[in-house]
Design a protein around this ligand. Structure first.
Ligand code: WQD
Length: 340
């Protein structure tokens, strides 16, 4: 009998890649998604890749009654992986209440239901945003969290604290927060990938849209940072590597190998790349020059962030396998596929 795993936000960019890896490992997946930032087309892509159509229930996790009914309907749930959240940093500054309600009420209602289950294994989608500009690089999990630069980042910090405080007293909850660095790329099949709505805020989708001609020119937000080439440094991790980290974390909880009821892991490659390095790597994998210009810095950007992944490597037994170029090529292939 396959172990049943609930994936909230499972039709999103990262969630859909995690669903594929869970199915590859023999788990039975139930997706919850309100389709606010995804489409049912993604379900088709997942099914084409794995040959197994996940159960999909469309509802909003802010609907407390619906959440409760869902868990009454589905028995023997072995774990919940929680992606469903609003995640646009800039938008969160303009719409703080929407972000606090959507990202935190959903989390609270989920955790309240988990308390009713025989076992409550919970994986939380967190972010390196919680570190702000870390004092030391690479960043370890012991690095202090900094005052969030945006309501989005604050919801990740508060979310971690809610889970930590609940796990401390709960007899049921065992939780892992995965602090993602910068997820990029797409599944090698090009059947699922990132589907930014409107103008992409993130670097790599903007690059691939510029490469394919949807965007005229990439603006590089500042080249006067204290880095080798003056542009910001980030840890860009292939979304499939990131997805596999979720399976490793879930196994740790299901097999009761966790040493505490709440654990945190940085999930990155451990390597930093500057914006210009990403641009040049893209030009190499795409075989074409990218049209870009240097403009002023973007408000709120930090200079550099890349992960110390020792804990995930040693404790989870997980390590990223793909290179930056692998990830950029997969992103480029995906862009070409969806525009064909
Ligand atoms: C990367 C670098 C930009 C766009 C954010 C969130 C983080 C996570 C990932 C959700 C920066 C530069 C970007 C562009 C540019 N999201 N850039 N021109 O800001 O590191 O992280 O997305 O969890 O929480 O904070 O990612 O891709 O926006 O930017 O020069 O058009 O690319 O200045 O240095 P970021 P990003």
């Amino acid at each position: 009998m396959s172990k049943k795993i609930v994936v909230s936000g499972g039709l999103g960019f990262i969630g859909s890649h995690v669903v594929v890896e869970l199915q590859n490992e023999g788990y039975e997946v139930i997706i919850i998604d309100n389709l606010s930032n995804s489409s049912k087309e993604v379900l088709k892509g997942i099914t084409e890749i794995t040959g197994i159509e996940p159960v999909f229930e469309e509802f909003d996790l802010r609907d407390k009654i619906y959440v409760s009914d869902f868990f009454k309907k589905h028995s023997a749930i072995e774990g919940v992986i929680h992606f469903a959240a609003s995640k646009a940093v800039g938008e969160s500054v303009q719409l703080p209440l929407l972000y606090y309600e959507n990202n935190l009420a959903s989390l609270i209602y989920l955790l309240q239901e988990l308390e009713q289950l025989p076992t409550a294994n919970f994986i939380f989608s967190s972010s390196c945003t919680v570190y702000g500009q870390a004092d030391e690089l690479p960043i370890t999990e012991a690095a202090p969290t900094k005052t969030a630069e945006s309501p989005y980042g604050n919801t990740k910090q508060i979310g971690e604290e809610i889970i930590r405080d609940t796990a401390k007293v709960s007899k049921k909850l065992n939780a892992i927060a995965l602090r993602y660095f910068n997820p990029i790329g797409a599944h090698e099949s090009s059947k699922i990938g990132e589907l930014p709505i409107g103008t992409p805020q993130n670097l790599v989708p903007f690059i691939t849209q510029t490469g394919i001609g949807i965007r005229e020119q990439l603006s590089v937000f500042g080249d006067d940072y204290p880095t080798q080439d003056g542009t910001c440094i980030r840890d860009y991790i292939h979304v499939v590597d990131l997805a596999k980290a979720h399976v490793a974390a879930l196994k740790r909880l299901i097999e009761k190998n966790n040493s505490e009821s709440y654990e945190v892991f940085n999930i990155g490659t451990g390597k930093g790349s500057s914006v210009l390095e990403v641009i040049h790597a893209f030009e190499e994998v795409s075989g074409q020059k990218l049209n870009y210009k240097i403009v002023d810095r973007r408000e709120g950007d930090i200079t550099a962030a890349y992960a110390d992944t020792t804990k995930a490597n040693q404790v989870l037994g997980w390590k990223s396998q793909y290179t930056l170029k692998d990830a950029l090529l997969s992103a480029w292939n995906w862009e070409k596929k969806i525009r064909s």
